[in-house]
Design a protein around this ligand. Sequence first.
Ligand SMILES: C[S@@+](CC[C@H](N)C(=O)[O-])C[C@H]1O[C@@H](n2cnc3c(N)ncnc32)[C@H](O)[C@@H]1O
Length: 280
Amino acid sequence: MGFDEFLKEAALLLGLQRRPFQRRGVKRKVERRLVEIGCPGFDEYLLKIQIDPKEKDHISTILTVTISRFFRDREVFDALEKSVLPAILKDREKKDLNVWSIGCASGEEPYSLSLLWKEKFEKDFPKLHHSILATDIDEKMIERGKEGRYKKSSLREVPDNILKRYFRIKNEFYVLEQVIRESVDFRKQNILEDEPFSGMDVVFCRNLAFTYFSKESQTKVLKKLAEGLNEKGFLVIGKDEILPLMYPTLFVPFSKAQGIYQKFSLNVTNRLNLCSETED
Ligand SMILES: C[S@@+](CC[C@H](N)C(=O)[O-])C[C@H]1O[C@@H](n2cnc3c(N)ncnc32)[C@H](O)[C@@H]1O
């Protein structure tokens, strides 16, 4: 079997899109992996990923991109600050806030949320317990996230005051303050295979499922995301991503331009029914 056929079969098995991303780079990485584990060829490797879940996760990490940056698409974080979090926090009874970043890479996204909370909300909500869960399929990424050491290039959207206050420069790297590092709970999870976490107020799933996954996998993941969210919870996807066609059965757009959706609730359904009744 040649590389292209392997890629097609592997994509099908993993629930990814057939279109290879950065084909040449990926080919080199897969070939290197075959040497590393002493696998004679693509046929044998395909068999291995069918029976070995660890290797299946490993090849997924090779076939998807892991690039991220702090405050990626700043307007999305502005929308969180100005409308999403205030909408959640206006519930005066609320005692906690649970946020989940799926495909968190090396922590840039969940740490940005933690920095936003610290800078803009903590003072006004000192008693509210907030938790930020960050999951990724790639253990190496998670370890890097826990380390909290970044190159300047991943910090270009960070506001100056935050950069000065929460990062120290050490050997050309920017090291994140411990208090922020400790605020994020990193765990390994494959969103396609594993059960979703639940009780979330906001779920981030940006630049992963709705870019790399096949249509069937996207629908499967979208249902998991709805399961993970509280009623009226918010889903944030990448700015250039679109949800599967069936999404209106689970979510309503909140700010489509920023990729923000709200979980469908009974109240919303009733409202829509009422609207169509009055229109008749
Ligand atoms: C392009 S990065 C996106 C990072 C961040 N969400 C952002 O938008 O900047 C995609 C991340 O998804 C992770 N990933 C790939 N497949 C996954 C899966 N099945 N479950 C969980 N994470 C996955 C990759 O390891 C990578 O870190």
